[in-house]
Design a protein around this ligand. Sequence first.
Ligand SMILES: Cc1ncc(C[n+]2csc(CCOP(=O)(O)OP(=O)(O)O)c2C)c(N)n1
Ligand SMILES: [Mg+2]
Length: 662
Amino acid sequence: MKSNINYNKTKLSNKTKIALYQAMLKPRLIEEKMLILLRQGKISKWFSGIGQEAISVGVTMAMHAEEYILPMHRNLGVFTTRDIPLYRLFSQWQGKANGFTKGRDRSFHFGTQEFNIVGMISHLGPQFGVADGIALASKLKNKNQVTAVFTGEGGTSEGDIHEALNVASVWQLPVLFCIENNGYGLSTPTKEQYNCENLADRALGYGMESHIIDGNNILEVFTKISKITESIRKKPRPVLIEFKTFRMRGHEEASGTKYVPQELMDQWAKKDPIDNYKLHLLEEGILTEKEDAIFKAEIKAEIDTHLDRTNAEAAIVSTESNELNDVFKSFDYQDVKESKNTEELRLIDAIHVGLKQSMEKHNDLVIMGQDVAEYGGVFKITDGFVEAFGKDRVRNTPICESAIIETAMGLSIAGIKSVVELQFSDFVTSGFNPVVNYLAKSHYRWNQNADVVLRMPCGAGVAAGPFHSQTNEAWFTKTPGLKVIYPAFPKDAKGLLATAINDPNPVLFFEHKALYRSIRQDVPTDYFTIPFGKAATLKQGDDITVIAYGQAVHWTLNTLDKHQDISADVIDLRSLQPLDTETIYASAKKTGRVIILQEDSLFGSIASDISALIMENCFEHLDAPVKRVASLETPIPFINQLEDQYLSRDKFEAELLALLEY
Ligand SMILES: Cc1ncc(C[n+]2csc(CCOP(=O)(O)OP(=O)(O)O)c2C)c(N)n1
Ligand SMILES: [Mg+2]
């Protein structure tokens, strides 16, 4: 028999040629074993990469061990070529302790810093943006490294992919973007997925180099990718590769391949990357049947030994507290005391100065956002930062919230802190997926923290309409894994921002636009920190407890100024996640009456949850039902009359008096 793949002459040594063969055999033989285990119900799901091994193996062999690879669900060859001990992979798939996620996530949904692999989240597309971040770190640290990232052709239809390619090109990031075009995305054929001839052609539009490579030809994959990665190391830039290949089995084993025409299957079966390469090696006299049999027997023995080890492993047993402890990376809070010297600052100045001092303290901290560089940001928070810290660290971004938040995740994986300025907190919706799925869940899933602060200029009272006025903190307090901070005063804003940047976990830092220039306070001049999870009791009294945060704190204080006779505890939460329940309960138990004022609309909000917590924990001490005062259940309208009517501000006084009378 002759090989159906045309292997061109290469300068590779016989040793390398054999190593490539062995590296492809390993994932193939593992898969054959896993298909048996799947039928026996020992693993939950299997995404087959049979027929696509040349891509994972060829790319990984062309990468240096210290360079990051971001694989997808069909890239077993990446994991095996990085020499991860097989029992660890088997334990991962069986949800055992020697896996990579402590039973918290399945299949290939994990990363490992030990092997410089960053596994996928189910949503596919975010991988490209995360690769941008890792590559940016490499560029900033002059490491001359390439980052390789994979996607299927189906995934390329996601917006994240487009955003990430654009950012990589604008910033000339050293990323090898690998598209495995295997004909189908689940049941969807390529002609229903995109309407261009080759996906590689899209690179032209991004101003990016691209190549089409026969993904079933291991020698072509390895030699071309080796040349390209070597060139990227010398001259950092993104390169897009389209590998032409085919998916020989179902999307996952349960879904079958009925929708794939048989002739396509037959045609591609003849192009199997391993069978053909073996024939080639035999023809060239580099391999004998006997050696082939030995290689296979060795790999099978390795698989069996490691499977025994996994099978002998006990099932994971965890506790609630153990699970809760892993949601966040532990943070050793360093209390930096306030200096005696102060200056009177507006909220906006306090954030400006605080951010600047953190840029000085953390000398690789990066700020990214739209118009944050020379222009200084739309609110001028970063005015003068480019002059002080340079364009590498103060980065204007294209308009692409997803890719930038993913880039921040990638920077964190590579050990660099970042602050992302959302131009308005409303626009976080365009980057919602990476926030709630990547930043929030990575530490719990595979012990990878997201050292990212998202600055969120928010809030109403500025007659800016439904898309520039929202206060959307409750979208995030709902999601375990995110910290949510919401200061009401300049001093708190400065100290809490310093802590947010020190904290290695993802923090959403809400800055109320209406307070930026309206609130002044004496603020310590030097750098200082304020701990999370501690509310501020602004006034002490016995009749009633008022709980508020953000702009609502000022509405509360203004209302109480009019009613000097009311003796109230006023609690400014400052930190919504973590929440200071101790202060809340102590005050509720003391006064027996609690009213919660918030700017957000009511249902599913902070006030609702705090109210429920007080009912559950302080019921016997209450003299009245807990009252929530919140804004109307409509989007936030534009004109003043409508906005005033929408906001809870003017409803508070009557509700406060009514509750005192209850
Ligand atoms: C955001 C999102 N939408 C849909 C899915 C479901 N899904 C998972 S993989 C997949 C097909 C992916 O196709 P492709 O990118 O071509 O990769 P392949 O499976 O062919 O390797 C789909 C639809 C998902 N995981 N995430
Ligand atoms: Mg596909």
